[in-house]
Design a protein around this ligand. Structure first.
Ligand SMILES: [Zn+2]
Length: 233
């Protein structure tokens, strides 16, 4: 049965080759969305192993976050950049889920997630979500949840205004651009909780800072941050 199944599988992949979203090469039978070469070449930051790290320092003197981690460095020609591009602009939501799963395995092993109660993906404005069809941070969160069992909460924190694209803005402009645009809808649900905020890429940290400041208004709340990529562009 296995033999014929494999033959059939090979025949199908001849007709419909499965392609790696990082490099475009054909995937082997045991690979899923991302080939082994891309997987091992992801430039991991390992920030989850060190409390004092460059991503955590972005928040110093700005807002109180417990722990900050980033899966990979985001560089101009890194494969993680291609993968995130597939997720955000080509609509390949499974890539977000898979990267979330891969990252969660490291996070869980390092005990970074110890004491955390739930995951909140950074909300996308509803009109942008409608246009894209999904929130990429939610896909990453679902991957993390799949490994850890932590619940993903997409309703307690919402985005209220459309923001213009953040590229080519100074740090100050970016900050004023996001200040006050997030709103907590159900503070009772989040009271006494340690929340893991999840986003795709961190650049200045201003969006995550705005979310954190809003969440910290809730009684006895703690916030930690995990992102897929730390931008060094
Ligand atoms: Zn690849």
């Amino acid at each position: 049965m296995g033999y014929y199944y494999d033959l059939w599988d090979d025949f199908i992949s001849l007709l419909f080759p499965r392609i790696c979203y990082g490099c475009g090469n054909h995937l082997m039978r045991n690979e899923n969305l991302i080939c082994t070469e891309c997987y091992v070449s992801i430039p991991r930051t390992n920030y989850h192993l060190k409390a004092d790290n460059p991503a955590a320092r972005l928040f110093w003197g700005r807002c109180m976050v417990e722990r900050v981690a980033a899966f990979s460095f985001y560089t101009r020609d890194s494969r993680i950049r291609k993968l995130i591009h597939q997720l955000k602009y080509k609509g390949v939501r499974q890539v977000g889920f898979e990267l979330g799963r891969i990252y969660a395995l490291s996070l869980r092993e390092s005990r970074f997630l110890d004491g955390m109660d739930l995951i909140i993906p950074v909300p996308l404005h509803p009109s942008r979500k409608r246009k894209r069809g999904f929130n990429q941070s939610e896909m990453i969160s679902c991957g993390i949840s799949d490994v850890t069992g932590l619940t993903v909460d997409t309703t307690s924190l919402i985005r209220t205004n459309v923001t213009k694209t953040q590229t080519k803005k100074s740090r100050y402009d970016r900050w004023t651009n996001v200040e006050g645009i997030f709103k907590v809808t159900e503070s009772d649900k989040l009271k006494d909780k340690h929340i893991l905020l999840v986003d795709d890429v961190i650049t200045t940290g201003s969006t995550l800072e705005a979310c954190t400041n809003e969440l910290l208004k809730i009684e006895n709340v703690k916030v930690s941050v995990a992102v897929l990529a730390f931008s060094v562009i």
